[in-house]
Design a protein around this ligand. Structure first.
Ligand code: SAH
Length: 215
């Protein structure tokens, strides 16, 4: 249900307070997370869990990321208004909505047909102008490249080559890299052929899978 009650707003304030205590200090991120109703992005049956700092199932064996993870990845991404950002793994659409709230131009790819259709419809209902694509994120989205920022929201075994090439020089890519467990990784494209890699510790994401899934 797309109504945002007084109670939801109160729980969201508490969640954002918790994120501050966990070290998230970027006011633009905290304000976006305060504005965007997370319960819009999960099923009604799980509404009561929307403002816990946990990942929640969204169908197709996927999850909406934990709010802390969304905040952390968004802070590593260092976005500014009007930047062109490519997200791999639309999922529920929540992360994309947070970026949109921060006035970013969002392009988002999802390989699960059901999740793609659902997020696309939800963005329209919420009047969020976010470009969506049903496709394999390993290939990126060449048509709109280069991107100033690229965010991968699933665990990739290694940094996908196509995405490195679609990153603008000076741009930043943030991704959990690894198979069973991942390491949060930030890549800065310093020049045509030079990439600076910094690691930010272990994390756990659903895997980045190849090819699209029509189910
Ligand atoms: N950003 C999402 C997180 C969803 S979980 C949110 O805010 O809800 C990660 C998503 O990545 C899943 O929906 C999964 O289907 C998707 N995914 C996995 N491999 C992919 C690939 N190769 N291309 C695009 N999406 C992929």
């Amino acid at each position: 249900m797309l109504t945002d009650s007084h109670q939801d707003k109160g729980l969201r304030r508490q969640l954002v307070e918790g994120l501050k205590q966990k070290g998230i200090d970027n006011p633009d991120i905290l304000s976006a997370m305060l504005q965007v109703p997370r319960h819009f992005f999960i099923s009604d049956t799980l509404h009561h869990k929307a403002y816990e700092d946990t990942a929640i199932p969204i169908g197709c064996h996927q999850t909406i990321s934990q709010p802390f993870t969304v905040a952390k990845q968004t802070s590593l991404l260092e976005v500014q208004a009007n930047m062109k950002v490519l997200e791999i793994g639309t999922g529920s659409g929540y992360q994309a909505a947070i970026l949109k709230q921060m006035k970013v131009n969002v392009y988002s790819i999802e390989r699960q047909r059901d999740l793609y259709e659902h997020a696309k419809k939800l963005f329209a209902q919420l009047s969020l102008s976010i470009a969506t694509k049903f496709g394999d994120g390993y290939l990126g989205w060449q048509e709109f490249a280069p991107y100033e920022r690229i965010l991968i929201t699933c665990g990739a075994p290694s940094i996908p080559q196509a995405l490195l090439l679609q990153l603008k020089i000076g741009g930043i890519l943030v991704a959990p890299i690894g198979t069973d467990q991942q390491i949060m990784t930030k890549v800065v494209r310093q020049s045509e052929n030079n990439y600076q890699i910094t690691e930010y510790g272990p994390c756990s994401f659903v895997p980045m899978l190849e090819n699209v899934n029509h189910l």
